[in-house]
Design a binder for this molecule. Structure first.
Ligand code: GLC
Ligand code: MG
Length: 569
């Protein structure tokens, strides 16, 4: 009888298909952002889709990715490529069907991958039924958005105040049907929802539940800083940065950004998530300074994205600048928060464009080896660069609302080109030679398949570091940071039992010889795990004396205690 019970228990998980165990917490995990239009096209229309994602889920097997975040896949007229949602409960047909999504979820869970959706609570599309009804003043939708009759100036009607949209121009648009202006912090086609209305808050909680019931593992919350606006509708003070009243930077965002209510609503969403047995993730997209961003940690989320490696790190950063960023985010772990490291996303220039390849390798080292969560924007693992996109090919609303002379400085298209899988037609992204954004012309040499064969490729670095991240050195804690020279920053991940890892980055233009014995208990010799400059790998010995180590200009060197006991599988 006993044996039978034991047998029964053992086979139960197989019978009912529970093979998947989500990670307990976001700590030390690795999250990969898929921009679905550009990851993999299965049906050959030149636009990526959900079946394409399913086909390429094995891509994560060797790099220790535990979760994927899909940029929006819900029904949308695609003005802002999915960030303008017209139905929160339907899959956009360009990407596939609900069945495709359910299959994706199952295929991901079978591989122990969690799936996070992009939750876009701030606004809907103008095509959403709620907006269409609100436009006609039909209750209860009449107050789902922010409507205002405007103000009269010398007999002419003007928007209620000087608020500017992120996409430039007034944040208010007049609609004759309603004889009022509606508020939109993003494009004209993205009206802001009115969170002062409890019905709206309830609707959005229902939408969270709808997807949680389907089995999604959490959400990346879009545009968190824009949710609430001050209801007095006062003018914002001028920033002094520009005289152009249509520029987003014209005003100081004291009434339209970072309102306290944006923080206060998060615990109510957390409560919804916590009703589920499996742990669910909630990560937030911030848009402000570090202090306002870090404040999100105290409102029940897993973490707000740390964008400091994008916004505060440059090719000119000194070691002290870098140490400051790293220490600031590491310190949150002392209070139980999860530090996290982001080097790029669909809104920013790609890492290599900003930093150049040699320094980008150093940043990738930060992202993968510092304590906390690693975030990877698709293509970063192979060091994708930005191609040229002509004015005619430009589709991003930020680019299109600019002009031919300036669009290149604002368009997000170059950072969103199709993933470069191999050197075949359309880089193996699509069987169609015409894709929604042109494939970067460098795909013949820069692609995953070729990089897998080259042990000095960007992917080889990413894979090597991903394996290291799995080792006991990289559990929470044990970080020591040092400034070794004006441009030489180093950190150690130390353990008592398993040896230690030292990463030394030189952001300067000159080689620098440093003394690593400033790290306590460092042995006199270290093994070379990785060095980013080819010539140096060749001329380097495999063992270095810690008192005199030369770190080449713009490079990263990773050293380990001899015979360190890594998990490298
Ligand atoms: C977020 C998204 C961005 C989008 C905007 C409006 O900032 O990351 O891509 O345009 O929100 O939804
Ligand atoms: Mg808003």
């Amino acid at each position: 009888m006993r044996a039978v019970i034991a047998f029964g228990v053992a086979i139960l998980p197989l019978v009912i298909g529970i093979t998947w165990k989500p990670p307990e917490k976001a700590t030390d995990f690795s999250l990969y952002q898929i921009y679905p239009r550009s990851y993999k096209d299965n049906d050959g229309d030149g636009i990526g889709d959900l079946r394409g994602v399913i086909q390429r889920l094995d891509h994560f097997a060797e790099t220790n990715v535990q979760a994927i975040w899909l940029s929006p896949i819900l029904r949308s007229p695609m003005v802002d490529f999915g960030y303008d949602i017209s139905n929160f409960r339907e899959i956009e047909p360009i990407f596939g069907t609900m069945k495709d999504f359910e299959d994706l979820l199952k295929a991901a869970h079978d591989r122990n991958l969690s799936v996070l959706l992009d939750f876009v609570p701030n606004h809907t599309s103008v095509e959403h039924e709620w907006f269409q009804k609100s436009l006609q003043g039909i209750p209860p939708y009449d107050n789902y958005y922010t409507w205002h009759p405007g103000r009269m100036e010398n007999g002419t009607r003007k928007p209620p105040n000087n608020w500017v949209s992120v996409y430039n121009g007034p944040a208010w648009t007049w609609r004759d049907e309603r004889q009022a202006y509606y508020l939109h912090q993003f494009t004209v086609q993205q009206p802001d929802l009115n969170y002062h209305n409890p019905n709206v808050r309830r609707e959005m909680e229902d939408i969270l539940r709808f997807w949680l019931d389907k089995g999604v593992d959490g959400f990346r919350i879009d545009a968190m800083t824009f949710i609430y606006e001050d209801q007095r509708f006062l003018d914002e003070p001028l920033s002094g940065q520009t005289d152009d009243p249509n520029s987003y930077y014209y005003t100081e965002k004291i009434y339209t950004s970072d309102q306290q209510s944006n923080y206060d609503i998060l615990p109510t969403w957390r409560q919804v998530l916590d009703k589920y047995k499996q742990p669910k993730y909630m990560v937030v997209e911030p848009f402000g300074n570090t202090e306002k961003t870090m404040k999100y940690y105290y409102y029940g989320i897993d973490f707000p994205f740390n964008l400091d490696l994008i916004t505060n790190l440059t090719v000119h950063s000194t070691a002290a600048d870098i140490k400051h960023i790293v220490d600031t985010w590491y310190n949150i772990s002392l209070e139980g928060g999860t530090p996290n490291w982001v080097a790029g996303n669909h809104d920013r220039n790609r890492l290599i464009k900003r930093m150049g390849e040699p320094r980008a390798r150093a940043v990738t080292t930060f992202v993968l080896l510092l304590p906390g969560a690693t975030i990877t924007y698709y293509g970063e693992e192979i060091g994708m660069t930005e191609g040229y996109i002509s004015w005619e090919d430009t589709v991003d609303p930020l680019g299109c609302t600019s002009n031919k002379a300036q669009y290149q400085s604002v368009s997000r298209d170059p950072a969103r080109t199709p993933f470069q899988w191999n050197n075949s037609v359309s880089a193996g992204f699509s069987s169609n030679s015409h894709t929604w954004l042109p494939v970067n012309s460098n795909y013949k040499t820069l692609n995953l398949a070729d990089e897998k064969k080259d042990n000095n490729s960007y992917y080889a670095l990413y894979e090597k570091l991903s394996k290291l991240k799995k080792s006991p050195h990289f559990k929470r804690g044990n970080l020591v940071t040092k400034v070794l020279d004006e441009y030489v920053f180093a950190f150690a991940r130390e353990t008592e039992k398993h040896g230690s890892v030292y990463a030394i980055t030189n952001f300067g233009d000159k080689d620098s010889t440093v003394d690593l014995s400033v790290f306590d208990n460092i042995p006199s010799k270290l093994d070379v795990y990785y060095a980013s400059t080819i010539s140096n790998i060749l001329s380097w010995e495999s063992v270095v004396q810690v008192r005199r180590v030369t770190i080449p200009a713009a490079s990263v060197v990773i050293l380990t205690t001899p015979n360190a006991n890594f998990v490298t599988g």
